[in-house]
Design a protein around this ligand. Structure first.
Ligand SMILES: [Zn+2]
Length: 295
């Protein structure tokens, strides 16, 4: 499967302008009826029509980049659940369903999340295991025909560097590396936006940025710092729709579509090249971002 000129992430970035990425996967599946405790990847097999439905809803909302439902699909993360040992199967299936929803003229981005393990000496994750795990997942996503890869919600600099090593050992697809700064302007491991950017930009990434995190106020500070550190490397931002609150039996994210769009517009005005949403962001949020950007 060849990548056409119109479906090249790097060509679209080089052409200038802003690219809109999609919103959340997990929180939208929950709204669509996914049982609590189920891993989103299980819906690839249990409810594939719903997976495609959400991809299509984001396309209809104006997203140019659709992420696969593979955030938890490294072999290290799948190992505890019912999909253990099915890394290739899960990633190929997700790429296929994302393409079905995205169509041929939108970009499909293969999502790779953290392993869920802490690095040595805090935990058991070694460089060797991390490199092998990300290599295996990246290979399957590339074979599934994705247009780019997004390593996202990363909080440890070592895990980022090891993941990039594993991914680049198998594919030269454009790679975005996106960190989650959920302790104010630091990641869970105390990493700053400046240090995160400095660690991965020299590795030859197509874009660098942040996703998830905590509040939009924190995201504003993080984005400014990333832009200051990224130089010519394009910046990718997918913040949560604000902070989640429990209202009755439901989890509600505080930022509605207009509020998220207001922040996203501000990021674009500052120089961010790719904007979307993370937890709590619905197709309506993406539609509001598209409208605010004049799409
Ligand atoms: Zn998130």
């Amino acid at each position: 499967m060849g990548t056409t000129e119109t479906r090249s992430f790097n060509a679209l970035l080089a052409a200038g302008g802003t690219l809109i990425a999609d919103g959340a996967t997990g929180t939208n599946y929950q709204t669509m009826g996914m049982e609590p405790g189920l891993a989103p990847e299980e819906w690839l097999f249990q409810a594939p029509e719903r997976v495609v439905e959400l991809h299509r809803a984001f396309v209809d909302a104006g997203a140019a980049i659709i992420l696969t439902c593979t955030f938890g699909a490294t072999p290290l993360r799948l190992t505890e659940g019912p999909l253990a040992g099915r890394v290739r199967d899960v990633n190929l299936r997700a790429a296929e369903l994302a393409r079905e929803g995205a169509g041929l003229d939108r970009l499909v981005a293969g999502s790779l999340g953290p392993t869920g393990m802490l690095i040595e000496p805090y935990g058991l994750l070694t460089r060797e295991d991390a490199v092998a795990a990300y290599a295996e997942q990246a290979q399957a996503l590339a074979d599934g025909g994705v247009d780019l890869l997004v390593l996202e919600t990363i909080f440890a600099v070592e895990e980022a560097v090891w993941a990039v090593e594993g991914i680049q050992s198998r594919t030269d697809l454009p790679l975005v590396v996106s960190f989650s700064f959920d302790m104010g302007t630091r990641t869970m491991m105390g990493l700053s936006p400046t240090d995160a950017v400095a660690a991965v930009v020299p590795l030859g990434v197509a874009a660098v940025g942040s996703n998830c995190g905590r509040s939009l106020a924190d995201a504003d500070l993080v984005v400014t710092e990333i832009l200051g550190a990224a130089g010519d490397t394009p910046v990718w931002v997918k913040p949560n729709a604000g902070v989640p609150k429990i209202v009755g039996a439901e989890v509600v994210y505080e930022a509605g579509p207009e509020m998220l769009a207001e922040h996203a517009t501000h990021y674009v005005d500052q120089g961010v090249r790719i904007v979307g949403g993370c937890c709590g962001s619905t197709p309506a949020h993406v539609a509001a971002i598209a409208a605010a950007l004049g799409r």
